[in-house]
Design a protein. Structure first.
Length: 147
């Protein structure tokens, strides 16, 4: 399994904190921080919050002589493996779903371009959400423009 898919699986499982630098064990805040981080995800799941995110990755180089968009294709493969609803467009990919799945996916997509061999990458991300249950859906926003 490619590292980017493993990273996606770890992030989706909520173990991304294992990759961060250790903090001082004597600080009481270190014990309460995980609870504060876990609450929004649990609240999002229980309230039915929904995000739309568009991500455009700009790796350098974009690919190889044999595979012109190799690094972009690696990023899209991570999105495809996520199980979330997505639409690939010419200038980026739109993903929608629960916040606790979308946010880690955005990080994994960025990382996938680097792991595929690009020297560097820039990710441009736009996110739309709502404090209300349900939140925006791609279909709701574009229905009147599609035929």
């Amino acid at each position: 399994m490619p590292r980017s898919l493993v990273a996606l699986a770890l992030l989706a499982a909520g173990t991304a904190g294992a990759q961060t630098a250790p903090t001082a064990p004597t600080a009481p805040k270190a014990q309460t921080a995980p609870k504060a981080q876990a609450a929004p995800a649990a609240q999002a799941a229980s309230t039915g919050q929904h995000l739309i995110a568009e991500i455009q990755v700009i790796p350098r180089p974009a690919g190889t002589a044999e595979q012109r968009y190799k690094h972009v294709d690696a990023a899209i493969a991570v999105i495809q493996a996520s199980g979330l609803r997505y639409e690939v467009h010419a200038m980026g990919t739109v993903v929608e779903g629960p916040p606790e799945k979308v946010w880690p996916l955005l990080q994994a997509v960025h990382q996938a371009t680097l792991e595929s061999g690009s020297e560097r990458t820039l990710s441009i991300i736009k996110v739309a959400g709502s404090a209300q249950a349900g939140g925006p859906r791609v279909e709701d926003l574009v229905r009147k423009f599609r035929q």
